[in-house]
Design a protein around this ligand. Sequence first.
Ligand SMILES: CC(C)(COP(=O)(O)OP(=O)(O)OC[C@H]1O[C@@H](n2cnc3c(N)ncnc32)[C@H](O)[C@@H]1OP(=O)(O)O)[C@@H](O)C(=O)NCCC(=O)NCCS
Length: 187
Amino acid sequence: MTTPTDASFYKPVSFSETVITELMIPSYSNFGGKIHGGILLSLMDKVAYVCAAKHAGNYCVTASIDTVDFLAPVEVGDLVSLMASVNYVGKTSLVVGIKVISENIKTNTVHHTNTSYFTMVAKDEDNQPVIVPGLVLENRTQVRRFLEARRRKQLKHNYKQEADKIVMPDDEELCREMLEGERCTIA
Ligand SMILES: CC(C)(COP(=O)(O)OP(=O)(O)OC[C@H]1O[C@@H](n2cnc3c(N)ncnc32)[C@H](O)[C@@H]1OP(=O)(O)O)[C@@H](O)C(=O)NCCC(=O)NCCS
């Protein structure tokens, strides 16, 4: 019998595709009258969780978020829709791609506010990472997204190795040289 924890168990991307639409109310706004970035992050985390947990058939946690660039401000009164789908699965982790759009219902204008990738890890009852079902890719877009997510994972690994090479020199003079041209000064 196959269960969601069997490595042979696969689910199609469409099984867990999730859309959340929320009205941007005045209490979500900052002093500038625009919607707080944190409100959008919270909604993204929510939709990522729903999508991931549905695919995993288990409780999931957010392990990392791959870049959040806010491309356009969101206004009070806008409808924000977050579209999420599983782009990639590893062993116990999966990547949820999220596209966020905001819509002005009076003018019918739509803005793409951001696209981000949440890595979620499935957990069992003992809070240990647990294997997630494989992914059935149903069209070319889903194949492309899977390949792109795998590439991002490799790049992130390379980036970490490169970033770890940055060393703090003992020699203060060398420090000053390295900081030349930067807007800082050593007191
Ligand atoms: C993320 C977490 C589950 C990793 O646990 P761990 O014991 O280090 O597990 P592992 O090293 O076995 O990694 C499990 C999987 O997570 C992935 N992973 C771990 N850290 C990751 C990171 N920073 N970014 C992306 N993937 C990560 C691993 O690649 C692995 O994937 P795979 O099984 O598909 O190959 C654990 O650190 C955790 O629970 N963190 C807190 C999560 C949380 O509370 N989130 C809410 C934030 S408020």
